[in-house]
Write a protein of this length. Structure first.
Length: 364
């Protein structure tokens, strides 16, 4: 391994000094033979070691052999470090291409990624598994993860059509307008970047150029949700869509006018609570009972009658709504395969993380 390390050192030095360039060919010949598992047929390795050990041989001859072994060990460590570094750089670049973040297990940890709430991996990470003594599991999950990322590449290169992922009972921000392209957001009601994206859409006039719909995806964290009450809100949003589909005239849809689920999202994402925080922040720390009362109050504020609200509440516990919520989760995880919330499908592409106003205007 000494000759491999020496090759990279000589390569760097030859770029700044001509006197090292005459050694470059010899260094490459020795390094290439070692890479191809053949013994080095030159004295280059010995020349390198002798040059390093010569001063020690004069002062302490007995230390020459231990020092020679130490040099070999250090060379192995340096080569292994190089291999690991190249692997990590390659993996990060692949994740950035596919998922929009260099760390798909924690999208927020990557400084190159757009701002987002990350869908964190439920399984333990590589070093966490190593620390627990699960070496085989660590490597198995690591290579399986890379294989999954590679398998996702072809899907990322296609032209994305938001209508392919919209739920059957989709509703639209401001109502549906024929002739406009469809845009779909994957959102978590508790994620503050989803609130910011909603405000960006309004500022950019994106809802005036697109039929904007959504999939509600409460991010899980361990045994619960990342944000308190996200599942509750998502259940109400889904129940409202089911209710609107029930009362829509035969042969029509509930897409023509803006519905109560969008009123709830607007209240959640754009208003302030009485304590001076945002309504979303209040909802994220409210009890389930208080959150439920607020949701039902919003429905009343939007013109739903007591009977309407009672029916929506009944639907929140129905198998139909549970199946719809699970279907949305399956679409996000198995078809869209994003690791960042929000994610927006628009303009023929998938945009992971928060999308700024200028980009939204460009998509329009």
């Amino acid at each position: 391994m000494v000759c491999i390390v020496a090759f990279f050192v000589v390569l760097v030095l030859s770029a700044v000094s001509a006197k090292y360039r005459k050694l470059l060919g010899k260094a490459w010949g020795c390094a290439w033979r070692r890479v191809t598992l053949r013994p080095c047929d030159t004295t280059f390795r010995d020349d390198v070691k002798n040059s390093l050990l010569a001063p020690l041989a004069v002062r302490a001859p007995r230390l020459v052999r231990p020092a020679s072994i130490a040099i070999e060990v250090l060379a192995w460590l340096m080569v292994l470090s190089l291999i690991v570094s190249l692997y990590l750089v390659g993996r990060s670049g692949l994740n950035l291409l596919v998922y929009g973040t260099c760390d798909k297990q924690n999208a927020q940890a990557c400084s190159l990624a757009a701002q987002a709430c990350s869908i964190d991996a439920i399984q333990p990470g590589f070093w966490e598994s190593i620390g627990e003594g699960d070496v085989l599991g660590a490597f198995g999950r690591e290579f399986a993860s890379v294989g999954d990322t590679i398998a996702t590449v072809p899907g990322r290169l296609r032209t994305w059509d938001a209508a392919d992922f919209a739920p059957a009972d989709a509703t639209y921000l401001g109502g549906y307008t024929a002739g406009r392209p469809t845009a779909l957001e994957v959102l978590d009601p508790g994620c503050h970047y989803c609130a910011q994206l909603f405000r960006n859409m309004r500022e950019a006039g994106f809802d005036q150029t697109h039929n904007v719909t959504y999939l509600a995806y409460p991010i899980r964290a361990g045994v619960g949700d990342k944000f308190a009450n996200s599942q509750l809100i998502a259940t109400y949003l889904t129940a409202i869509r089911a209710f609107e589909a029930e009362r829509a005239p035969a042969g029509s849809t509930n897409a023509a006018a803006e519905t109560g689920d969008w009123f709830i999202l607007e209240q959640l994402f754009t208003t302030q609570a009485a304590d001076g925080t945002t309504t979303q922040e209040w909802m994220n720390r409210a009890s389930a009972a208080d959150a439920t009362l607020r949701l039902q109050q919003w429905l009343s504020d939007d013109g739903y009658t007591a009977d309407d609200i009672a029916r929506i509440v009944a639907l929140t516990g129905s198998p139909e709504v549970a199946a719809s919520l699970q279907h949305a989760r399956d679409v996000v995880e198995n078809e869209i395969r994003t690791v960042s919330i929000p994610s927006l499908i628009a303009g023929g592409g998938l945009h992971a993380g928060l999308v700024d106003v200028d980009t939204l205007r460009g998509l329009g």
